[in-house]
Design a protein around this ligand. Structure first.
Ligand code: ATP
Ligand code: MG
Length: 315
């Protein structure tokens, strides 16, 4: 089976307990939860049985250990996660607005995650990789962008493929050079996985079809547009497919896009029909939002298939 690799931020997430809670005054928090978009992605891919490994960096602390233990338990290759003494693992503190907005306080660049590099362990992992997935949030510094671009080059040199989720977080988008890095990655992408308005960041068109056509002409193999509770749509040069989301009670939206993407890419790599890959991805995204914590809603393939069968029986 094809091996999937990603590189980027490993974090713990600590969240406000109540909706509408602010960080401008003390309040109850829950966590730490293992997190970081590429870590969630690799964890979900591994849980579905895809060989998957992560290039990352944590501190020599409990937050780092929590992440490594979780990824290992899910079956991911953790050989290229560097552990740095004297640096703390990255963190994300999250509040939830009453209007469903989320606000983050990130400590990534100045944490152990900022020490991300293409070391021997990373090169070894890439020497067996068939596909690389890039998260826009992982282009948080020049150094991290260099790692992502080197990973793309290594996998492409072996005849492999690239997927890309812009995963824009306003709070990170301000990093200098990020825009250029996003465009650079997109130009090398096979499978593009934007969510909502992210589609329009990379196109001059004002409507979905126009933006999709423009992007497909630039050489992408397919575009999978994530639409939250409404599900997702798939586009390639021949086919268009829309699929509604599964009906679930949303407890915590963070991580849905990463779990969705991991499932779609894993099944795309297996040569599944787009509709089948989209169904598994929709199910993984839906399951992800049913649990508090971005990696708590990761399920193994048998459980995901059981969820789909049950949803079908109730439809
Ligand atoms: P993230 O916050 O992880 O970056 P995202 O914005 O990239 O998320 P979303 O569109 O929010 O991605 O969610 C990804 C997928 O997860 C959706 O396309 C859908 O399949 C599923 N999903 C998300 N929210 C829900 C929901 N409330 N009910 C059912 N499915 C959902
Ligand atoms: Mg996302």
């Amino acid at each position: 089976m094809k091996k999937l690799v990603s590189a980027g931020e490993i974090l713990v997430e600590i969240m406000a307990e109540r909706i509408g809670q602010s960080f401008l005054e003390p309040g109850p928090l829950v966590g730490p939860f293992p997190s970081g978009a590429p870590a969630i992605f690799i964890g979900q891919a591994a849980a579905l049985g895809q060989p998957a490994g992560l290039i990352g960096a944590v501190g020599k602390d409990d937050f780092g250990q929590l992440n490594i233990d979780r990824l290992r338990a899910l079956g991911a290759d953790v050989s290229a996660i560097a552990v740095h003494e004297g640096h703390a693992t990255g963190t994300a503190f999250v509040t939830y607005g009453a209007d469903a907005s989320r606000h983050f306080v990130f400590n990534i660049r100045n944490s152990a995650a900022g020490l991300l590099e293409m070391d021997d362990a990373a090169r070894r992992l890439l020497s067996g990789a068939d596909h690389v997935h890039v998260m826009g949030s992982s282009l948080f510094s020049d150094r991290a962008t260099e790692v992502a671009l080197a990973a793309i080059a290594a996998v492409k040199a072996r005849g492999g493929t690239v997927s890309f989720d812009p995963n824009i977080r306003r709070e990170i988008m301000q990093a200098s050079g990020m825009r250029q890095a996003l465009d650079n990655v997109l130009a090398q992408t096979d499978v593009f996985l934007p969510s909502g308005d992210e589609l329009f960041l990379f196109s001059s068109a004002g409507d979905e079809r126009g933006a999709v056509d423009e992007l497909l002409h630039r050489g992408l193999s397919c575009i999978v547009l994530k639409k939250g509770a409404e599900g997702a749509a798939y586009y390639d040069r021949q086919d268009t497919l829309a699929m509604p989301g599964f009906a679930v009670e949303e407890v915590d939206p963070t991580g849905a896009g990463d779990c969705f993407g991991a499932a779609f890419v894993s099944f795309w790599l297996r040569g599944a029909a787009p509709g089948d890959a989209l169904r598994i991805a929709n199910a993984c995204g839906a399951l992800a939002v049913t649990r508090k914590g971005p990696m708590e809603g990761i399920y193994r393939l048998a459980d995901v298939e059981a969820f789909i069968a049950q949803a079908g029986a109730h439809a």
